[in-house]
Design a protein around this ligand. Structure first.
Ligand SMILES: [Zn+2]
Ligand SMILES: [Zn+2]
Length: 331
């Protein structure tokens, strides 16, 4: 499914076409795609919220598939192995960020489905060192949303600064693919989770099913002050109310790659050492640690599946808040 030019998803800008099977470079593998998750970042690429970095582009960065061919220098993977591919496609390995355990902030990164061809396809190539062997407990379809929604949600949990999770009070704002995985990790660690999101029947109901202590509207105040909050919704106007829900010293983590403008707010909302921080991409260490913990919990993803050729429909549904849990394309 190929995007030529960014356009509103309502116009169904992805087109189905045949392209040559890519050849893996020396350090890459060719992967036969079985499933690919649909992420809000795909919408940002398709609608032009993120600048065009390659055109035409095949979006998709939550890929589950099987290694079909190895580049000449690849020794760590074997043909037939099941792997996942995530958003961070490759880093330079030598900038000041890469050499200080912050490869998520690399100066010259490549991103799957934005700067290089992604997984809304039958095949893709990826560096062997940036693929993730997947735990056996997950089917291909269930594993797909773990590769961005899951990993980024995990990094958001890490950035809350909470060390002692037992009894910690965590707020989640927006409850889509990332939220529905993050709550399962946080609950398994012993946290109380307060979920602020729209749609009583779809999102709030799923949050309650997954163990939320309380659910309410997007900016509704939870009944207690929170140790930390994570905003998954791409809406900057949630920042001031979410700050007002934090206890002293609490952290508000912004999980999206793109967000509408954050309105001005009184300094009192930030005072008492409250912190606002964003999350950019993930390190490979985040990915491996998350997949291990997700298998231990075990996380159960709630998915809606669509055939690859219905990618436009799946994205349109995501844009209009119509997905319960995560959308996954089957290939
Ligand atoms: Zn770098
Ligand atoms: Zn994503």
């Amino acid at each position: 499914m190929i995007l030529d030019t960014p356009a509103p998803i309502e116009t169904h800008p992805l087109r189905l076409d045949d392209v040559p099977v890519p050849a893996p470079a020396a350090d890459e593998v060719l992967i036969r795609v079985h499933a690919c998750g649909v992420c809000r970042t795909d919408l940002h690429v398709i609608e032009g919220d993120l600048a065009v970095r390659r055109a035409p582009i095949i979006p998709g960065h939550q890929v589950v598939g099987v290694v079909e061919a190895l580049g000449a220098a690849v020794t760590e993977l074997a043909v037939g192995e099941r792997v996942g591919v995530a958003w961070l496609h490759r880093t330079c390995g030598c900038c000041s960020f890469c050499t200080s355990h912050r490869e998520n902030l690399c100066d010259t990164p490549q991103f799957t489905g934005w700067t290089v061809q992604g997984g809304f396809a039958e095949c893709l190539v990826a560096p062997a060192s940036f693929t993730y062997p997947l735990p056996d407990g997950f089917t291909d379809l269930q594993a797909a949303p773990l590769l961005c929604a899951g990993i980024i949600g995990y990094r958001c949990l890490r950035k809350t600064g909470i060390d002692d999770w037992a009894g910690a009070r965590l707020g989640l704002y927006g409850f889509g693919a990332a939220g529905h995985v993050a709550i399962q990790i946080a609950r398994a660690r012993g946290a109380e989770v307060y979920v602020c999101t729209r749609d009583r029947d779809k999102h709030q109901a799923l949050a309650e099913e997954l163990g939320a202590t309380w659910t309410g509207g997007t900016t509704e105040a939870p009944p207690v002050l929170l140790d930390a909050g994570i905003i998954f919704a791409p809406a900057g106007e949630i920042v001031p109310p979410a700050l007002s829900h934090l206890d002293k010293g609490g952290t508000l983590v912004l999980g999206g790659i793109h967000m509408s403008a954050v309105p001005t707010f009184p300094y009192e909302l930030l005072y008492h050492e409250r912190v606002v921080c964003s999350v950019a991409n993930n390190t490979r260490e985040d990915g491996h640690a998350f997949l291990k913990e997700a298998a231990e919990v075990p996380v159960c993803t709630h998915i809606e599946t669509f055939p690859l050729e219905d990618a436009n429909t799946a994205l349109d549904r995501l844009q209009h808040d119509g997905i319960r849990g995560a959308a996954v394309l089957t290939v």
